[in-house]
Every structure is written in C-alpha cells, then in structure tokens.
Design a protein around this ligand. Structure first.
Ligand code: ADP
Length: 555
C-alpha cells in the first residue's frame, strides 16, 4: 500500500512537472513570438519612415541587416527591391496575403513557409503614401534558437522539480501512511504514540485506539499462551514417560522426546498415520480399539527394555477426539521387584535352614531322644546354627543399611592403611586357627570414605581370603595409592562362577561356605560399598592357584 501510494504520488509529480515544462515552453514560445512580431512591426515602421523621408531604395540598403529582409513592392505587385534575392527572379507579389492585406487595409502580416529560405518567415507589410508597399521579414529560426537555448534551463528546472516531487511524495506517503502503520505496529512502540500525535486524521483516531487496544489484548493473550506452551513443552520434554498423542484420524499429532526414543520416531514421522509407522501389532490393535472408546494397558519389550503402555481415548462431550499413549520404562522397577522377591525367598530359605536345625536339636533334647553324652554336642550345634543366624541377620542388616544410606554416608578423610591394619589385627587369630599367614604391606593412603563401610569392605575381603585358603596359605593385604589389594594363594574360583560371586547368596561351594560360617552376602556387601564410594572392584582368580581382589577409590 505504501509503495502504491508513493508510486502514484510520484507519477502525479512527474506528470505535473512535465505539464509545467510543456506549458512554460509554450508560454515562452508565444511570448517570444509576440515579441518578434512587435519588433518586426517596429523595424517596419522605422524602414517605412526612413524610406518616406529619403524616398530612395539606397536608404533601404542601408537599413537592411542579415536578419531583416526588406522588400519594396510596386502597386502592381512587381518587386522593385529585395534585400535578400535578385528582384528579376521574383514573381508578382500582389497575391501574397500580407501584401494584399497591406494594399487593402494599409498594414498586413503573415507567417509562411518560404521555399526560398527553407524556413518559416514572419512578414509585416505597410502601404506607403505613394501606394507601394514595403515588406519586412524575419526568419522564424530565431525562435527555435531561443527554444534550444532555454531548453537546457527548462530541463534543469524540470529535473529539480522531479527530485523535489520524489522527496515530497516520500514525505507525503509517510504522513498518509503513518496512522495505518500506527494501527499495525507494536502498540507499545514509543514512535507510534497515536494519542498525542496531531498528524493523525481525527476520524481515524477512535478506530486506531480501538484496534490498538485489541492488538494489545491479543498480544498479551498470545504471550500467555506461549508461556504456557513453553512450560508444557518443558515438562513434556523432560519427563521420563513417553507421551504420544494421535488425532481423530490416527495421525501423530504430538510426541515427546522420550516417546521418540521408545518408538524410534524421527521428525519425518510427524503427521503420519500411527498404524503405518508402528511395528508392534499389539499396540496398533490397542490404539485401534481406543478409537472405539476402549482403554488398554500392556507391557512391551523393546531394545531390551520393558515398557508399560497405557492407551486411552481422548474424549470431549462423549466424542472421541484422539488417542493418548503413555509409555513408562519399568525395566528397573520390575528388576528391583524381581530382586526383592528373590532376596526375600533367599533370606527365608537361609533363615529357615539353621532354624530347622536348631528346632530339630532342641526337640531331640526336649523329648529325651538325645543321649546325655550327646547333649553337649547338640548344644554346640545349636550354638553354631544360632551364631550363623546372627551373622546372617547382621549381614542382611548391613546390606539394608548401606542401601538405605545411599548418598547419606558419613564421608570423611580416612587412612586406608589404618583400617586394613585394624581388620588384620581382628582376623589374626582366625588366620592362625587356619594356619594362614596374614601379611600387610604398603604405606598410608588417605581417601574420602565412610570408615564403618570401609572397615566392612576390608574385613569381608580379608575374611574371604582366609576362609577360602588352604593350610599354610598366605594372605597379602597391600595398600597402594587409593588402592586396596587382597591376594591369597587359596582354592581360587572356577571360571564359570566368577561373574556371579558378587550376587547375594551366591556361593561356589555352598557347604564350604556354610562350614566356614559364610552367609553368601560378603561380596555383595563389598560391591555395594564400592558403588557408594564410586570405587571399582576387579577380581582375578585361578582355581587352585589363588584369588586377587582389588578396590580402587576415586580421587
Ligand atoms: P560367603 O559368605 O559365602 O563367603 P561371599 O559373598 O563373601 O559369601 O562370597 C561368595 C562366594 O565367592 C563364596 O561362597 C566363595 O565361594 C567365593 N569366594 C569369595 N572370596 C573368595 C576367595 N578369596 N577365594 C575363593 N573363593 C572365594
């Protein structure tokens, strides 16, 4: 619109300039022509009065100039004298309009093309007192010369006017368009404060005010919607659950990044029909059923993950508008549930075995089935099983305590060597019982750890190295830079068991473990403590050669 107005104004300016140029040129031309006629008339009067006074053609020769042609015509039209042409070659001039007019009225004039001069000539003729006629003529090319000379100035003026009209049209356009711009521009833009501006058309002012008010309202609404949309997108994008929204035709309307990950959706899938891009037949069917108003939920395994899906129709006034599918990754949760169940079963089993023994021995003593000399033996068995129960409960409690304390440990700077030394001292008698040599090497190494947990880790590893050792075996406990190594030259661990010995209640040789007072939880506790401290545990072992367990703590 702005361009159009500007173009029209420019065209108007250009046309006005051109018209002015033409009118000026025409006016100048006619003024100059009048001037020419007047001066021709004056020249003629001068020539006539001079001729009448002197009465001789010599006088005419004196008065002639290069631009003024003088002709003397007799009463019968014969040319007596002509300042430009030989008179003998000249025809009868009585029929020339200016001559005829001069004969009749005393004065005559005409403008005519002259073959002789090849130009327009201005003629003026005056009858003399003797009846002859003197005619003066000037060429019209002086007028052309004048026009050519003034054309340069006229063109310059024209150019100036054109430039002015360009500037004016731009200015006028701006002024014309200003109120309309004010309507469309940002209502809070200080350069468009319409209320105080006098240049606004008063008729438009209320409309503009109203429009600006509406614009402001709409803008605020849009901002609000945008903020809500950003908030919602942030929530949807950051949630672990996958959210998939299908429209009334089954096309993918919206999908968050988690759902994209679960379904392997890319940008190109947006707007596609879900059934065409979904490879899970069960899910497709559930989605199809959701369009009939049926809710569904199912578990699917994708990429080794267990996904729980809830498919629901989106209803409004009993009309189905689409389908929403919420996907939750339940792999860890299910695994945890499974582990808990397994742990509970294992714990029950582990508790049941010694309790059954205790119960059996106690019944035998109670019923008098045990011979008096066997009673001390049964009592020793009861004590052994009871102490096994105690250490089992202690280990279970320890494990649950570590799990509970995840992230809430009493971390402090501790000396690994000091802890290891303490454990070695506590286990020295047990090592001596089993005829196992216990050695501690290395220097002080301070780490950031929970001292109780670190003690448990160290104790369990040295305890295992003693228990699964042979007679005259050795246990080497070495402290390095943030590193604890417990090495033995005991029975070792067969290759096929290495991966599982950190599992709860997993034992290579159940009877040996039980015999030696093992609970099957020692290495599980070690693994858990290491995880809490972000330490890495590595195990290398060879059957009948020995086992080395190394724990490296982070900086
Ligand atoms: P346990 O209380 O039975 O010792 P652990 O969790 O401490 O339970 O150990 C799991 C199993 O790993 C043990 O039963 C044992 O078979 C094996 N094991 C652990 N440490 C050693 C070791 N130093 N040498 C040989 N076998 C070991």
């Amino acid at each position: 619109m702005e361009k159009r107005i500007n173009r029209q104004l420019l065209m108007m300016g250009f046309a006005a300039s051109l018209l002015t140029l033409l009118l000026t040129a025409t006016t100048f031309y006619s003024l100059y022509e009048n001037n020419l006629r007047d001066s021709l008339h004056n020249d003629l009067q001068l020539v006539v009065s001079s001729y009448e006074t002197m009465n001789g053609t010599e006088m005419l020769e004196v008065l002639q100039t290069s631009s003024l042609r003088i002709t003397l015509i007799d009463t019968d039209g014969t040319v007596i004298y002509d300042s430009a042409i030989e008179t003998a070659s000249m025809d009868d001039h009585s029929l020339r309009p200016e001559i005829q007019q001069a004969f009749v009225e005393g004065y005559g004039d005409a403008v005519r093309y002259s073959d002789t001069f090849g130009d327009n000539l201005y003629y003026a003729a005056q009858r003399l007192s003797d009846g002859r006629v003197i005619r003066c003529a000037v060429s019209g090319n002086v007028l052309r010369d004048f026009l050519y000379r003034s054309a340069v100035y006229l063109l310059l003026i024209f150019l100036v006017v054109v430039v002015l009209s360009i500037w004016l049209s731009a200015m006028l356009t701006e002024r014309l368009i200003y109120p309309i711009k004010a309507m469309t521009n940002d209502p809070d833009d200080p350069s468009f404060l319409i209320d105080e501006d006098e240049s606004v058309y008063p008729e438009l002012a209320p409309l503009i005010k109203e429009l600006r008010l509406r614009r402001r309202e709409i803008r605020d609404k849009i901002r609000q919607i945008e903020q809500e949309h950003t908030r919602l997108t942030a929530v949807l994008e950051n949630m672990e659950e996958g959210l998939l929204l299908l429209d009334i035709h089954g096309k993918i309307l919206s999908v968050n990044s988690s759902a994209c990950r679960y379904f392997h959706f890319k940008e190109k899938h947006m707007g596609r029909v879900f059934a065409e891009v979904c490879s899970e037949e069960r899910l497709c069917m559930a989605v199809a059923e959701a369009y009939d108003g049926k809710r569904a939920s199912m578990d699917l395994t994708r990429d080794g993950r267990l996904l729980h899906m809830m498919i629901e129709p989106v209803m409004n006034a009993k009309k189905i508008l689409g389908v929403v599918c919420l996907t939750v990754d339940v792999t860890e949760r299910r695994e945890l549930e499974r582990m808990k169940q397994e742990f509970t079963a294992n714990v029950s089993h582990e508790l049941k075995t010694p309790l059954t023994s205790v119960l059996g021995y106690a019944e035998m003593i109670e019923n008098g089935m045990a011979k008096p000399q066997d009673v001390p033996h049964f009592a020793a068995q009861i004590r052994r099983e009871a102490s096994r129960l105690l250490s089992l409960i202690a280990d279970i409690l320890m494990l649950s305590k570590i799990e509970e304390q995840d992230g809430y440990t009493c971390m402090q700077t501790v000396d690994l060597h000091e802890i290891a030394f303490d454990c070695v001292e506590r286990l020295a008698s047990r090592a001596a019982d089993k005829q196992v040599t216990l050695r501690l090497d290395g220097l002080r190494s301070t780490i950031y750890a929970d001292p109780t947990m670190l003690d448990q880790l160290c104790y369990n590893l040295i305890d295992n190295a003693i228990r699964y050792n042979r007679e005259d075996g050795t246990v080497w406990v070495t402290i390095g830079e943030r590193m604890l190594t417990v090495k033995d030259n005991g029975i070792g661990i067969p290759e096929e068991h290495k991966n599982r010995i950190f599992e709860r209640f997993y034992r290579v040789d159940k009877s040996r473990s039980k015999e030696t007072g093992g609970t099957g939880l020692g290495l599980a506790i070690v693994k858990h403590i290491a995880e809490v401290h972000q330490a890495t545990v590595t195990l290398s072992s060879e059957e009948h050669v020995g086992t080395t367990v190394r724990v490296v703590f982070p900086k």
